[in-house]
Design a protein around this ligand. Structure first.
Ligand SMILES: *Cc1c(COP(=O)(O)O)cnc(C)c1O
Length: 427
């Protein structure tokens, strides 16, 4: 049997759909964020990154870098084991206390990544609840969908951010049945926000537990960077708050915070937590430094919002199809995978501007886009430079200018197949 041919065919299928992914070879430069060195066949050159999830530039912050370096010098590099067998370090214990405090919860638990935290926590919580029904927003992240799948629990999907539909589904479930509502606060590809208080009202009315993914909000919203639920004053009404350490906090790892009982149960039953090496102490110490800084400092949050607002208004004024986002995320609609890739290539190769094309399965087919993330370090000059480069690319690719992005792009989900990375069997 020609085993290799199966893999080659699978890759060719991606090429023919114009969604084969190419990673940019980058080297970030401390002190020069958001600039980086990009290496290609044509050599190395300096470019500006416009699509980083190091949303506040904390990955370069002097206190954070110093905490990581000093801890590695003092305590070594790796953790040396799982949490249970020799890998539990004082920095990880401190980090979990810091996270619990950030969200006003009894306890916190750190995982290898945000993906793992969703997968491990959702699957474990839903398994421990007898006959649990999961109610899941249709635009939930792949990591949450994976956790839901692996729980084996029954799931019902509610239309994106649609409280009426969620209530319909809650009403249809038996009153005494265990229910878990799983949703995000900021949806990262569209930049819209969940009606968190409304979901909490429904959860209380119908006796459901709530699980929120605040990955794209922690550090950036709320007076201490506790996320959208903190901003809206509803953190105490959410049962489980999940986040990442790898985006606005600028380091690596994921976490949940919740009651002592929920955290202890996940700690004790989730294979994705138990059977893997703990985060290195240096990562934990750096993260704690980052969280502490952002609890006290408003400067980064204010500048990020200011630059995101300016980017949106400058691009809209130029007639570029900015999708309606309520947050720091600025998605530009393209609607075609080939054009999206070509726009991205032209920006990088000719203008030194790096914005990775976003295609299926990250977003539904036909809604391909450029996702721009202005940070505190993207100043006015960079924003106007971005506008000029985008106009040039839009003209040369004959992309429409002066038209708004189609409304409700997030709703253009084709039959729930959004996250099928593999082609459906027989199709
Ligand atoms: C990025 C992301 C995650 C995963 O976090 P990592 O720390 O990168 O693994 C989880 N949920 C959402 C919504 C995300 O965008």
């Amino acid at each position: 049997m020609d085993y290799q041919s199966f893999f080659v065919d699978a890759i060719n299928a991606l090429h023919s759909e114009k969604r084969y992914r190419v990673f940019a070879d980058l080297e970030r430069i401390v002190g020069r964020f958001p600039h980086a060195i990009w290496r290609s066949e044509r050599g190395a050159r300096e470019i500006t990154v416009w699509c980083s999830n190091d949303y506040l530039g904390m990955g370069h912050h002097a206190d954070v870098v110093r905490a990581m370096a000093e801890t590695a010098q003092g305590l070594g590099t790796g953790a040396g084991g799982t949490r249970n067998i020799s890998g539990n370090s004082h920095p990880i214990v401190e980090l979990e206390a810091e996270l619990a405090d950030l969200h006003g919860k009894e306890a916190g638990l750190v995982f290898s990544s945000g993906f793992v935290s969703n997968d491990a926590a959702i699957s474990t919580i839903a398994k421990l609840l007898p006959d649990c029904l999961i109610l899941s927003d249709e635009l939930n992240h792949a990591s949450m969908i994976e956790g839901i799948r692996r729980s084996g629990a029954q799931k019902r999907i509610f239309r994106h951010n649609d409280l009426e539909h969620l209530e319909e589904l809650l009403k249809e479930a038996a009153p005494g049945r265990a229910k878990l509502i799983v949703f995000e606060s900021v949806y990262s590809m569209d930049g819209d926000i969940a009606p968190i208080a409304g979901i909490c009202d429904l959860a209380e009315k119908y006796g459901a537990m709530t699980y929120i993914d605040e990955v794209h909000a922690v550090g950036m919203y709320g007076p201490r960077g506790g996320g959208m639920a903190e901003r809206d004053g509803v953190m105490h009404r959410i049962d489980v708050i999940e986040g990442t350490l790898a985006k606005a906090f600028g380091t690596f790892g994921g976490y949940i915070t919740a009651s002592r009982a929920v955290v202890d149960a996940v700690r004790s039953y989730a294979p994705g937590f138990i059977f893997t090496t703990a985060l290195p102490p240096a990562i934990c110490a750096a993260t704690t430094a980052s969280i502490r800084h952002l609890k006290a400092s408003q400067v980064e949050r204010d500048l990020q919002q200011k630059h995101a607002q300016l980017t949106k208004s400058v691009l809209i004024h130029a007639g570029l199809p900015v999708m309606p986002s309520e947050t720091h995320i600025v998605p530009l609609f393209v609607g075609n995978p080939d054009l999206c890739k070509r726009a991205s290539d032209m920006l990088l190769e000719e203008h030194g501007i790096y914005i990775q094309p976003i295609n299926y399965p990250t977003v539904p087919r036909g809604t391909e886009r450029l996702r721009i993330t202005p940070t505190p370090c993207h100043d006015e000059a960079l924003i106007y430079g971005l506008r000029d480069a985008l106009i040039d690319v839009w003209h040369r690719l004959w992309l429409p200018l002066g038209r708004t992005a189609p409304a409700n792009v997030g709703r253009m989900v084709a039959g729930g197949s959004r996250f099928e990375v593999f082609p459906p069997a027989g199709g």
